[in-house]
Design a binder for this molecule. Structure first.
Ligand SMILES: Nc1ncnc2c1ncn2[C@@H]1O[C@H](COP(=O)(O)OP(=O)(O)OP(=O)(O)O)[C@@H](O)[C@H]1O
Length: 654
């Protein structure tokens, strides 16, 4: 891979970055350790920080590369790591020298295109000494109200803007404000440059990685890879320190005037574009974590747009996550602006930043190898990779995962006929819940209430953390308060019906691409490619040009499942997906559903296929006359049913 052709290396897609890095690390012969993050990415993907280690475990000289401290900047650091690992293949290392590449230390931020982490924490302000009270930033407090204003327009917005502009004028423009705002603050969890209230997951993970894999080293060079400050396309090489230390002289010796040293402090200044007033940098953390080593902490900082523009983009993104919605046109624009402020879609910028960074790595690495005399270099065996899956959280409580769906106390009447009498269910991401029960017990009605194909008369529905807002009508029953919200949430919930519901006048392919093109406004070619991939997955590659009427029932249902998956749903509801099929066609549809379960899709399944429900589900709900009569793990419910009704039902159906 040549740095003159970086196309694709800077992709904003977390999974693509990860796949490229892992492939490069494996080819280089690295051992890999995966630190799983407790949360998922926007497409439901598992998030992790990947760690590649090249060389002997007892190597006393170590080069460390860290990417993604600020999530949205991750594509730059990832590109550097991937290109450097690839460029040096086959790897020649002396016995005493090793390389440690820490890929996307804030994986949530990269996956969700945020500078901060999942708790709105700026990781580069989080590495403070938490035994002491966090630093105070009184002047940020005076600006907070103007920086975090809920209104985008109108009098409240105008007042906030006037206040902000006034302080900016008095400070001599954004350059005067930046040292206040970017110094970090520990009092406003919804604010900018928030440092947190304790060590966050990425902090604990970085320290665990260094403690586990770097303790043996006595000479350590660390690169932390950033974008967004300094002049456009000119990567600056910095070393950030709270005071002079031996590593800084080492850095001066290697890089001479090319290295800018930034000594931080309450009133410190720098013209590098970063905040000299801040504390809690990664650079401080690596020195604290490796107290016995001489550490040279380096930062590569690639300038993009001017400071005020980058700051506006960060501020807008903070507004979006506090008060707006990401999946709206405005949300899309804010995200695009934020990404462009940190990773310009400009091949020249990307090429220049990548090439300069790789030169810095080469230069530092050559010096590191020479420290104390360079030993003979040996080729790293290509098959040395050992994959260890590390547990995600070693030092603190694991963050609770947000349920994919929570439904509380649903009531539904048809006229005077009560059908659902307070039914509740919840499913964690990746769980399959099956609803069983006699005909007429309310299973399908419940499923249809979840995505408001039927309007429940009472109850609460929370999908992927967002509650469907309801209001009461004159007769006291509840109806959705905002149909646009319902439409938006519905687009995240896939439904597979008993009778397939394919459009008869459209080909299979047209059926699949219809909603992604018109509802999600996806780009045509990408949608068509995705549709073909889904048809392959459900075993219908050769049927894309046929009309539903030309397919068997089993094939139609598999096409309907592909159509549901094309919307990349967070949750899939399946309403008796096999009950309209001839018995010999049931198996092919169940196989596809089983595959979806194994791939970690969250599903609620209404079915009469008891054996299948038992095998595939995490939880079973038995409904009787509109109430949950029994609920539990399949092994419990099917083997030791508690209620007499459940026993009778099983006796009839098994
Ligand atoms: N639109 C409707 N109007 C009036 N009654 C309805 C309507 N939909 C369902 N019902 C009634 O609500 C009750 C529950 O029906 P539902 O289809 O939810 O049950 P089910 O458990 O899914 O049954 P099955 O397993 O037979 O599909 C039934 O008595 C049904 O007749």
């Amino acid at each position: 891979m040549s740095p003159s052709t970086p196309s694709g290396l800077f992709s904003g897609d977390y999974s693509a970055l990860r796949a490229r890095f892992l492939a490069a690390a494996r080819t280089a012969g690295a051992s890999l350790v995966e630190y799983l993050h407790p949360l998922h990415g926007p497409d439901g993907e598992r998030l992790a920080t990947d760690v590649a280690y090249l060389g002997r475990n007892d190597a006393r000289k170590l080069m460390v590369l860290i990417s993604g401290t600020h999530g949205v900047e991750g594509p730059f650091g990832s590109a550097c790591q991937t290109a450097w690992l690839s460029q040096n293949t086959p790897w020649q290392l002396p016995d005493d020298t090793a390389v440690l590449a820490i890929h996307l230390i804030n994986p949530w931020g990269t996956a969700w295109s945020r500078r901060v982490n999942e708790d709105n924490v700026d990781l580069n302000r989080n590495f403070i000494d938490w035994q002491k009270a966090p630093p105070k930033n009184e002047r940020y407090g005076t600006l907070h109200g103007a920086l975090v204003c809920p209104a985008l327009e109108g009098p409240a917005h105008d007042t906030a803007m006037e206040a902000y502009e006034e302080v900016k004028r008095r400070s001599g423009g954004y350059a005067g404000l930046a040292p206040i705002i970017e110094a970090g603050q520990y009092d406003f969890p919804d604010g900018l440059f928030y440092g947190g209230d304790g060590p966050v997951w990425s902090n604990r993970t970085l320290i665990d990685i260094l403690t586990t894999l770097a303790q043996q080293a006595s000479e350590v060079v660390v690169f932390d890879l950033h974008t967004g400050a300094g002049p456009y396309g000119y990567p600056a090489l910095l070393s950030v320190a709270e005071s002079e230390h031996a590593g800084l002289d080492w850095g001066r010796g290697i890089f001479g005037p090319a290295l800018s040293i930034v000594v931080t402090g309450a009133n410190a200044t720098t013209d590098t574009g970063i905040a000299a007033t801040a504390t809690g940098y990664v650079s401080a953390a690596v020195r604290t974590a490796l107290p016995k080593a001489r550490v040279l902490p380096l930062v590569v900082e690639c300038g993009t747009l001017d400071g005020a523009t980058v700051s506006d983009a960060v501020q807008a993104d903070n507004w979006l996550h506090l008060f707006g919605k990401v999946d709206t046109p405005l949300g899309g624009r804010i995200k695009k602006t934020l990404r462009a402020a940190f990773i310009p879609e400009d091949a020249d910028w990307q090429r220049a930043c990548l090439a300069a960074s790789l030169r810095h790595f080469d230069r530092a690495f050559a010096d590191l190898k020479a420290v104390g005399g360079a030993g003979p270099e040996k080729t790293v065996p290509a098959a040395a990779a050992v994959t260890i899956v590390a547990h995600p959280d070693v030092n603190g409580p694991r963050l609770a995962e947000r349920p994919a769906i929570e439904v509380h106390g649903i009531h539904k009447r048809f006229g005077i006929l009560p059908v659902l009498n307070g039914v509740s269910v919840s499913a964690q991401p990746g769980e399959v819940v099956s609803m069983i029960g006699s005909s007429g017990s309310g299973k399908s009605t419940f499923l249809r209430c979840i995505n408001l194909l039927e309007q429940p008369n009472d109850g609460r529905i929370v999908i992927d953390g967002e509650e469907i807002r309801m209001k009461k009508t004159a007769d006291g029953s509840a109806v959705p308060a905002d149909m646009r919200q319902v439409e938006r949430i519905r687009s995240r919930v896939g439904m597979v019906f008993q009778n397939f519901n394919l459009w008869p006048h459209m080909t299979v392919l047209e059926n699949i691409v219809e909603a992604p093109l018109h509802v999600l406004k996806e780009e045509r070619q990408a949608t068509v490619d995705h549709a073909h991939a889904l048809l392959k997955k459900v075993g219908l590659s050769d049927k894309h040009a046929q009309y539903p009427g030309q397919l068997s029932g089993g094939q139609q249902q598999r096409a309907a499942i592909a159509r549901t998956l094309a919307m990349r749903p967070k949750l899939i509801l399946l309403d008796e997906p096999t009950s309209a099929l001839d018995p010999e066609l049931v198996g092919e549809v169940l196989r596809v559903i089983r595959q979806l379960a194994e791939e970690g899709n969250t599903m609620i399944l209404v079915t009469h296929e008891m054996q299948f429900a038992r095998e595939v589900s995490h939880k079973i709900l038995f409904l009787h006359q509109g109430k949950v009569e029994e609920e539990g793990a399949p092994a419990e419910v099917f083997t030791n049913p508690r209620s007499e009704r459940m026993r009778q039902f099983l006796a009839r159906t098994f």
